[in-house]
Design a protein around this ligand. Sequence first.
Ligand SMILES: [Zn+2]
Length: 172
Amino acid sequence: MLTNLRLPAALLAVALVALGCGSDDSLGPGAQPLFRPAVHLPQGSATTSRVDPELRLAFIGAKEDARTDGVTLVVNSGWRSRAHQQRLFDEAVQRYGSEDEARRYVATPDGSAHVTGDALDIGPPEGAAWLGEHGAAYGLCQVFANEAWHFELATSPGGTCPEMLPDSSYRG
Ligand SMILES: [Zn+2]
């Protein structure tokens, strides 16, 4: 009975930590914060319902074929509202110190293909790598050299992907 009562609390604690709401005291007092990568990956809504239908179909095809190769493709971020994209951009300005620098990593709401439903951020890294190699068969292309996870429909299925832009600031 006691374990039955304790289980939900344990699950809640796990959920809170997963959401970043819990304090992580497993490292002990005075421990350094957990490692954070130098390049922040913009995390957004994994919403695919408002993604361009052609893009969604292309991704579904790629996902099935990746699975036969033993690779899992996950959408980490699909469509984003303008407000959400603005928030990500504002955070990037804080992080990188200027709007010009921030634009290399996060597009403004006017420039983001996520806002128009024309981009998917794919994970995990091995999934993105698979799609980088095989995506053109589905019309899916990595468009920014510094974003191995960001894919858009940029060629016809089986076509050739256009040359990558160095980063998202080149799109304007
Ligand atoms: Zn993206």
